[in-house]
Design a protein around this ligand. Structure first.
Ligand SMILES: [Zn+2]
Length: 284
């Protein structure tokens, strides 16, 4: 098993460091942290960022409200498909896509992979189909996924994983890939845990947004990202509870599990650098 960290979308909201904590100018830099996993069952993509069709016709796919608020950068080079081809694979090599949730900045690339089965929590697809209210109809964009033929839905299975309840044995996927329900940001939001040769990775999706929310007993978040998390939450109690549990995991099991969220650019860079150095042939 080999894991690649891909940034499948850039968003540059006005606010600079008030969002990302490091930009010097007026605009911030947020990424869409996705994973490409090479397995014996073919390629598995974890989240998809923005896809080729989002780039070609953004207005037919995305909500103008979120396009402007997040200042989404539509560039072909960020799509998962472009990066997967760069690695020497084809679209049809991607056999499975596991989603943290169905927000527009996670589901945009789904239709670029026609052979892939899409795995998601049942409660998430239900929320996405209901699309109740202004935020829900802006965040869930059926045009991004209405051509998907193969879906697999999951309910909470309750298998233990570091104090969380996991869904194990996802249909057709290797046993090393688990769904960890983490509701709050959306109704069926989940983290995705992967047992890699160098330990567990947990893609926490949008369960938190800022690196300093984890790995410390004194969490800190920028005002911009705190406001965005508040705007997008569907269940505050569940969101804060799950964030607290993730924080405890990051403190108590830092040698067993490495976790990261979707949109923190510095966190992404740390993983991408580490990953690239592991993939380099050793110089001896
Ligand atoms: Zn997101």
């Amino acid at each position: 098993m080999r894991v690649h960290h891909l940034n499948c979308g850039c968003m540059c909201p006005i606010g600079g460091a008030l969002f990302d904590g490091f930009s010097r100018g007026l605009t911030a830099c947020l990424v869409c942290h996705c994973l490409l996993v090479e397995t014996e069952q073919g390629l598995v993509l974890i989240d998809t960022g923005f896809g080729q069709r989002d780039i070609k016709a953004p207005l037919s796919r995305l909500s103008p409200f979120f396009m402007n608020l997040n200042r989404i950068q539509f560039e072909q080079k960020y799509t998962a498909l472009a990066q997967i081809e760069q690695l020497g694979f084809k679209a049809n090599d991607v056999r499975h896509i596991v989603l943290t949730h169905l927000d527009f900045d996670h589901a945009g690339g789904l239709e670029d992979f026609p052979e892939a089965t899409v795995h998601v929590m049942l409660s998430e697809i239900e929320a996405a189909r209901e699309r109740r209210g202004f935020i829900a109809s802006g965040r869930y964009r059926p045009s991004q996924w209405d051509e998907i033929k193969q879906w697999k839905y999951y309910t909470n299975a309750g298998e233990p994983w570091f104090g969380f309840e996991a869904v194990r044995d996802l249909d057709g996927l290797p046993p090393e890939i688990l769904l960890i329900p983490l509701a709050g940001h959306t109704r069926g939001h989940a983290g995705i845990a992967i047992d890699t040769p160098s330990g567990w990775l947990l893609h926490a999706g949008d369960a938190y947004f800022y690196r300093d929310e984890m790995g410390t007993s004194k969490p800190r978040c920028t005002p911009g990202l705190r406001a965005y998390q508040w705007l997008m939450e569907v269940d505050r109690e569940a969101r804060l509870y799950n964030q607290e549990r993730l924080r405890a995991l990051s403190l108590n099991h830092s040698s067993d599990v490495q976790l990261f969220c979707s949109h923190d650019a510095i966190e992404f860079q740390t993983f991408a650098d580490k990953n690239n150095s592991q993939l380099q042939p050793s110089k001896q």
